[in-house]
Design a protein around this ligand. Structure first.
Ligand code: RRO
Length: 303
């Protein structure tokens, strides 16, 4: 079975990669990271960020809430200190980028495009845990398009993926706007805003109040978002949201995804992505499908 998938000009050896923020190079101690279709970093920001108040994670019976708040040392440190470590791997490296303004998205995209070893930028315009501009970009077509167009101009040759938000009324309109603005792919979707309350103290369980919800309970919602986006745009859709098994991945591919990302499931089992790759291959073999790319859109209404 040929597992290769194409995302614009980039060809991946297989369609399985980590969801941003759920993965780091330390996983190389658990398995060979070069078996993944791509590597995806935690979102990098232009400057140092302390992150949100503790606690930042809350497990519920249905899934996980997070309000991490993008802590990090900033782009200079990422390029100087983290990139040399990432360059040890052969799998294509996708750098997730988040920034507070259109101008800083563009500046950072230009700097990443000039950094050896960056195969693509995943523009995170959809972090649910930023009160200011961060969350707003992906909630409406106009700011999403403005950020995308500025990055497109600043980094003309660099594959540019844009990560969309489920926290919007019309994700198809946002997808069309970022396609028009020059995105090479859309990643669908980031976490959906949720809340858990400690009834003894009458306080939210997360330090910041609301947080992004992920895990198996989110899967049908994410699958529906992929299905809507795949019918709205011509660029590839990368599916993410509650994927834990090969069958989950097949569903997302059939809904129109060209690749999938695994996040929360890797916390349950660090080798979940490998199981997904193996199960995808077995599924195709059993069905007599020569190329996994043939699955993409198989369940979409015919045009
Ligand atoms: O760091 C976070 O709080 C975070 C980010 Br940037 C994101 O894009 N999605 C998420 O669930 N958490």
């Amino acid at each position: 079975v040929d597992l290769a998938t194409r995302i614009g000009t980039l060809t991946l050896a297989n369609p399985v990669m980590p969801a941003s923020g759920t993965f780091g190079p330390e996983l190389a101690q658990v398995f060979d990271l070069d078996r993944l279709g791509a590597l995806v970093t935690k979102s990098v920001t232009p400057e140092f960020r302390a992150g949100n108040p503790l606690p930042r994670l809350c497990e519920t019976e249905a899934g996980v809430l997070n309000s991490i708040g993008i802590p990090g040392k900033g782009l200079d440190h990422f390029i100087a200190q983290a990139m040399p470590e990432w360059r040890r791997f052969r799998a294509p490296l996708v750098v997730s980028l988040s920034a507070p303004t259109v101008a800083s998205f563009a500046d950072c995209a230009a700097r990443l495009a000039a950094t050896p070893g960056v195969a693509a930028i995943e523009a995170n315009i959809s972090c649910p845990n930023l009160e200011e501009d961060g969350r707003a970009f992906a909630m409406h077509p106009e700011p999403a398009a403005a950020a995308t167009a500025a990055m497109r101009r600043a980094a003309p040759g660099m594959p540019l993926w844009v990560k969309l938000s489920p926290n919007t009324g019309d994700i198809a309109a946002v997808a069309r706007a970022v396609e028009e603005a020059g995105a090479d792919a859309v990643v669908v979707a980031n976490t959906i805003l949720g809340l858990a309350i400690d009834v003894e103290t009458a306080r939210p369980k997360l330090g910041s109040g609301m947080g992004g919800f992920s895990g198996p309970a989110f899967k049908p919602v994410a699958l529906r978002l992929v299905w809507q986006c795949a019918q709205a745009v011509r660029i590839p859709v990368i599916g993410v949201g509650g994927i834990a098994t090969g069958e989950d991945a097949v569903e997302f591919l059939m809904a129109g995804a060209s690749a999938v990302q695994v996040g929360t499931a890797s916390f349950v089992s660090p080798t979940a992505m490998l199981s997904v790759i193996e199960a995808l291959e077995k599924f195709c073999a059993r069905k007599g499908i020569a190329r996994v790319a043939e699955l993409t859109g198989a369940a979409l209404p015919r045009a």
